[in-house]
Design a protein around this ligand. Structure first.
Ligand SMILES: NC(=O)c1ccc[n+]([C@@H]2O[C@H](COP(=O)([O-])OP(=O)(O)OC[C@H]3O[C@@H](n4cnc5c(N)ncnc54)[C@H](OP(=O)(O)O)[C@@H]3O)[C@@H](O)[C@H]2O)c1
Length: 301
């Protein structure tokens, strides 16, 4: 926990919801994995900030109940729901089509759906290792591809990938997850660098599309209760012990922390953070200052 930046566990003045209210009015947001957990908090914050939002995940009943809940809490925004499995390209295509029909073009894309399993490499079969990578890397990359030309041609919008501290740490027993989150983090940074170049070359303008990856903080969600397969409990009890030890040492992070950080980023508050891995558990204005000075390293503290 040795960091140059102030620890944050819940909303704080820079990302104060009351000051960000209305900051996304008129925009349309697609948030994957938004039926529950961190994605639901992000969707609610984006809607509260004025944008129309599409709630999506696999479980249709949960998508609909979250859609209703957010529509009640953000009555000025249009909230739609669509059940889709992001691992199936044809369902991602239908999701984008539905979005276009009901809301219009995507201004904010938050690729948040993801999962993790604590499993030593020697107890992980090849299929589940690659499946986890598909969910955390292929799915967000392919969803990006489906809306990318609209972002490029309009030269505006924000894309956020929910990464993890796993992108910056060699945390044991999560090789698949660490590789996946590292990949999506590098994808975000590289896409930003590419956009910065090609918008200028092709259109002669400065790039207006912002791409970020975030570490949301260890927010208590279903992901934590699911993450330990039975074969690991039986054959490698040390994994559960490490997981419990880590859980005891970290602060309690609230879902509002990543949610309002995403709003703050999408409201264009910190151009210096474009392309960066933003650690939501640390003060974003301090990270933006460091980025502007060329001193923001890929790390979480
Ligand atoms: N919680 C943490 O401490 C933490 C820390 C660092 C990073 N993260 C990242 O934060 C993101 C959200 O995690 P969370 O903790 O909020 O997990 P969660 O509560 O389990 O929520 C995951 C969401 O993704 C959806 N989803 C999962 N697989 C999907 C699929 N194949 N197609 C479409 N939707 C799918 C789930 O709904 P369905 O199951 O109905 O599809 C749900 O809406 C993930 O990318 C995770 O890696 C979480």
């Amino acid at each position: 926990m040795n960091s140059p930046f102030t620890l944050r566990t819940d909303v704080y003045p820079a990302i104060d919801p009351s000051s960000l209210k209305g900051s996304l009015t008129g925009l349309n947001a697609l948030v994957t994995g938004s039926s529950k957990g961190i994605g639901k908090q992000i969707a609610l914050a984006i809607a509260t900030a004025g944008a129309n939002v599409c709630i999506t995940a696999r479980n249709a009943a949960q998508v609909e109940s979250t859609r209703k809940e957010i529509a009640e809490q953000a009555p000025n925004s249009k909230i739609i729901g669509f059940a889709a499995d992001v691992l199936k390209l044809e369902e991602q295509e239908k999701l984008v089509q539905e979005f276009h029909e009901k809301l219009g073009l995507v201004d904010i894309l938050v690729c948040n759906a993801g999962d993790n399993t604590f499993q030593p490499f020697h107890l992980t079969d090849a299929k589940s290792w690659w499946d986890l990578n598909e969910l955390n890397v292929r799915a967000p990359v392919e969803l990006t591809r489906l809306v990318y030309e609209d972002f490029r041609s309009r030269n505006t919008g924000s894309i956020v990938y929910t990464s993890s501290r796993a992108a910056a740490h060699d945390l044991p027993f999560t090789t698949a997850y660490n590789c996946a989150k590292t990949a999506i983090t590098r994808f975000a940074g590289t896409l930003q660098a590419e956009l910065n170049l090609i918008q200028k070359i092709e259109k002669g303008v400065g790039n207006g599309v912002a791409v970020y990856s975030i570490h949301p903080g260890e927010v208590s969600t279903d992901l934590h209760s699911r993450g330990l397969p039975q074969n690991v409990v039986e054959k490698a009890p040390y994994v559960g012990e490490l997981k419990a030890r880590l859980a005891k040492t970290r602060p309690k992070f609230e879902g509002g922390l990543p949610a309002w950080t995403v709003v703050w980023l999408c409201a264009g508050k910190a151009p210096a953070l474009r392309g960066k891995f933003v650690d939501c558990t640390r003060d974003v204005t301090e990270q933006a200052e460091a980025a502007a000075a060329g001193k923001l390293e890929l790390s979480v503290h």
